[in-house]
Structures are given as structure tokens and as C-alpha cells.
Design a protein around this ligand. Structure first.
Ligand SMILES: Cc1ncc(COP(=O)(O)O)c(C=O)c1O
Length: 417
């Protein structure tokens, strides 16, 4: 297979040099990393920013009056503004809350806004393609409040069925929806559904964990009320996530966790909460992680979402064509056929080989792919599957990676198919 089949939008050879882990090898085989949907790799600039922070600046934030503490606070707050600008939040310094990850960001909304605002007569509308992070918090809330949960169905192309959509909003107080499925890659029409939700008096929480790494996300244009994404999928470190919330909503919500940082005053009788966003950031926050996230965002934006999207669409086309040409009827690919309707990942299955065996044999070739239910069990039940194999792309992947994947898969099928 010739790598010239793919358009060369990005200089992948140059980009790969920024990612030290991609220089590693096992048994003479270079690392082929096709699992960025689980977690992206980090460029040197992120590692250096965090290292530099610890070498020169580290102190706790928002409390010290000495220089390095003030510098640490400034770096932490600068990262907040970068995260806000990345998604075009109108007021980044108020509307961006740092959390541990996207999961915690969604739980925060469920356990603050949700507990106060939902009761037995209310409905949360979501979809059958959600990651557990955007499902289990609502199931927990259902147990706590008695609210109901209803689901938008998907069709055989892996897209949402939107027939008679208006009626689906009866009694709905919150639409909790993914902006890109981590299994199918599907990008639902979140702006349209947000308009529909608002028309029917419901708020919208968007799970953008799989969207922000791949496409320009604009909360002002979408008009969503809450949005969550996670640092380790956008070239940043683990241990940091982002919750965007409209100022008036965050202001009205009770705090999430209690402790230091989130208070203005405490007496033996009670406490007064801090202003947003600190009201939601109890305890010492992930300072170095925020610095690293800021550097990851800088790296991503310097490359640009236009180039990222085009590069990924090229890889998607190349990979799905290679899989279909090589394996024909033996393989099933999931998700929308049109690359414009999806992000850069492909889930697939072979009739006769279990996804875990696929992933294990590919590991012998030093190729990393994901196998399993991808934390989306209801979607697996809907598809009638227990697991799929998933390959996912980032800016450091090229057609050589896909060629290596195909060679590995041919061996898998020869051995077990
Ligand atoms: C669509 C989606 N939402 C949420 C998450 C949760 O992200 P985190 O584990 O960083 O909280 C993931 C992680 O894979 C995801 O794919």
C-alpha cells in the first residue's frame, strides 16, 4: 500500500519528532500508536512547560504573597483563559472550572445543578451512544431524585434518529449529549438540538471529550449551557478536565466539594462560598496540569483545527478503504459512511476473531489499538456486540501507521480467522 494515497496536509514526520514516545520501539518495531481517542500522546513542549513550572515556579496558588506563589497563580489562571478561548467561552475567567477530568466535570453538574433542579416529573434526554461518563451520573441522579431518563435512538449508519424530535422534549429539563461518539465517531447536530432544547425550556450539557481534540468547538455559537472536555485527549496531561458553564448558571449552583479555596468565609456555624469559578475548585487544584494543558492547547492551536480535520479525514478514508479492500466481507465497520460526519476513529469487528485477540496480536507488532466496550455498554447492547476493536488517529499518525495496522491484521486473520 502506498502512503502517497493520502493527502499530505500536515508534515507528520516533523510533528512526530515533537513526541518523544513515538521514537521508542519494542523488539525492533517502532511504536504505532492508534489509541488517541483513549488518550493522546504529549509533545515535548507540554513536558517542558510542566518541568519548567516545577523547576522554577511551584508554590500553592491563590494564597501566597511571595513571588513564586503569585507567578504560579498567574500561570494557573492564564491556563484557564486559554482553555476558555479554545472553546470560545464568552467569559473564560468566570465560566471555566478546572476539574480532574471530563467525568468529574459532568458529575459536578449532576450533583449540583441536577440535585437542586430535578424532581420526579422531570426528564433527562440523552442518546444511546453516550460514554458512561455522560450516562452513569444521570442514572445516579435518577436514583436520587426519581427523575426519568429517555434516549434518542440511532440508525444503522450510527446517526441519531431525529424524526418527531419536538415530541422527544416533553418534560425534558436537560439534554445531555455527546458531541462526538467515542465508538462510532458520529458528530450529532448539537447546535440544532440545543435550539430545540431551549425552545422547549431545557438546558444542554455537551460532552465534548472526543470533539475538542479534533474540531473547532464554539460554545458561543452552539449556545450550550454546560460543556465538558478532558486534558489528556488534547495533548495535555492526565489529572485535569474542563467544565464550561454559563455564568448565571454557575453562579446559582451550590458548590460541589467542600474545603479550602471554595470559601470566602467559614465560621463554626457555616460558610460562605467563593465566587465562580473557585467555588467549584475545592482544595489545592491541579496547577502543573493546568500549565501542561495550556501548552497542549498552544500546540494544537498552532497546528490549527482546519489542518487537523483535513488530515484526519484523509486517514479515515485511507484506513476504511484499506480495511474494506483487504478484508471484504470478513470485516464490519461501524459508524457513518461519510467522513465529514465523524471524527478520526474507526471501530470494527471480524466475525470470527475476538477484539481482545486482535489487540493482543497487534501488540506483538508494537501497534496500540483499543478493544472492548469502550465504556459505552448501552451502545454495545444496541449494536448487538460485546466489544469492537477501535483505531483512532491524531496529528502524529500517517498512512505508514495504517499500512502497519493492515499487515498486523492480515496476520491476525491468518492465525485466527
Ligand atoms: C465521549 C467521552 N466522554 C467522556 C470521557 C471521559 O473522559 P475522562 O476519562 O478523561 O474523564 C471519554 C473518555 O474516553 C469519552 O470518550
Amino acid at each position: 500500500m502506498s502512503s502517497s494515497a493520502s493527502p499530505r496536509i500536515l508534515n507528520v514526520d516533523k510533528i512526530r519528532k515533537d513526541f518523544p514516545i513515538l521514537e521508542t520501539s519494542k523488539n525492533g518495531k517502532r511504536l504505532v500508536y492508534l489509541d488517541s481517542a483513549a488518550s493522546s500522546q504529549r509533545p515535548d513542549s507540554v513536558l517542558e512547560a510542566m518541568d519548567d513550572y516545577y523547576h522554577t515556579t511551584h508554590a500553592n496558588v491563590h494564597r501566597g504573597v511571595y513571588s513564586i506563589a503569585e507567578n504560579a497563580t498567574a500561570l494557573y489562571e492564564k491556563a484557564r483563559v486559554k482553555a476558555g478561548k479554545l472553546i470560545n467561552a464568552p467569559k473564560p475567567s468566570k465560566e471555566i472550572v478546572f476539574t480532574k477530568n471530563a467525568t468529574e466535570a459532568i458529575n459536578l453538574v449532576a450533583k449540583t445543578w441536577g440535585l437542586v433542579n430535578l424532581g420526579e416529573s422531570d426528564v433527562i434526554l440523552t442518546t444511546k451512544m453516550e460514554h458512561h461518563a455522560n450516562l452513569v451520573p444521570w442514572l445516579m441522579l435518577k436514583e436520587q431524585t426519581g427523575c426519568r431518563i429517555s434516549y434518542l435512538e440511532i440508525d444503522s449508519n450510527g446517526e441519531l434518529i431525529l424524526d418527531d424530535i419536538e415530541s422527544k422534549f416533553d418534560g425534558v429539563k436537560l439534554l445531555a449529549i455527546t458531541m462526538a461518539s467515542n465508538v462510532l465517531g458520529t458528530i450529532p447536530p448539537v447546535k440544532y438540538l440545543t435550539e430545540m432544547a431551549h425552545k422547549n425550556g431545557a438546558l444542554v450539557l455537551a460532552d465534548a471529550a472526543q470533539f475538542v481534540p479534533h474540531r473547532q468547538c464554539d460554545v458561543s455559537d452552539l449556545d450550550v449551557d454546560f460543556l465538558a472536555f478532558t486534558g489528556h485527549k488534547v495533548m495535555g496531561p492526565t489529572g485535569i478536565g474542563v467544565l464550561y458553564g454559563k455564568e448565571e448558571l454557575l453562579d446559582a449552583m451550590p458548590p460541589f466539594l467542600g474545603g479550602g479555596e471554595m470559601i470566602l468565609d467559614v465560621t463554626l456555624e457555616g460558610f460562605k462560598t467563593n465566587e465562580i469559578p473557585w467555588k467549584f475548585e475545592a482544595g489545592t487544584p491541579p496547577i502543573a496540569e493546568a500549565v501542561g494543558l495550556g501548552a497542549g492547547i498552544d500546540y494544537l492551536t498552532a497546528i490549527g483545527y482546519g489542518a487537523i480535520g483535513e488530515h484526519e479525514r484523509g486517514l479515515l478514508d485511507y484506513c476504511s478503504n484499506s480495511l474494506k479492500t483487504t478484508f471484504g466481507e470478513k470485516i464490519t465497520l461501524y459508524g457513518p459512511k461519510e467522513t465529514t460526519k465523524r471524527t478520526g476513529l474507526i471501530s470494527f469487528s471480524f466475525e470470527t476473531v475476538h477484539p481482545h485477540d486482535v489487540a493482543q496480536i497487534l501488540d506483538d507488532h508494537n501497534i496500540c489499538v483499543r478493544a472492548g466496550h469502550h465504556c459505552a455498554k448501552p451502545l454495545m447492547y444496541r449494536l448487538g456486540l460485546s466489544a469492537t476493536t477501535r483505531v483512532s488517529f491524531s496529528i502524529y499518525n500517517d498512512t505508514h501507521d495504517i499500512d502497519a495496522l493492515i499487515i498486523g491484521l492480515v496476520q491476525v486473520v491468518e492465525m485466527l480467522g
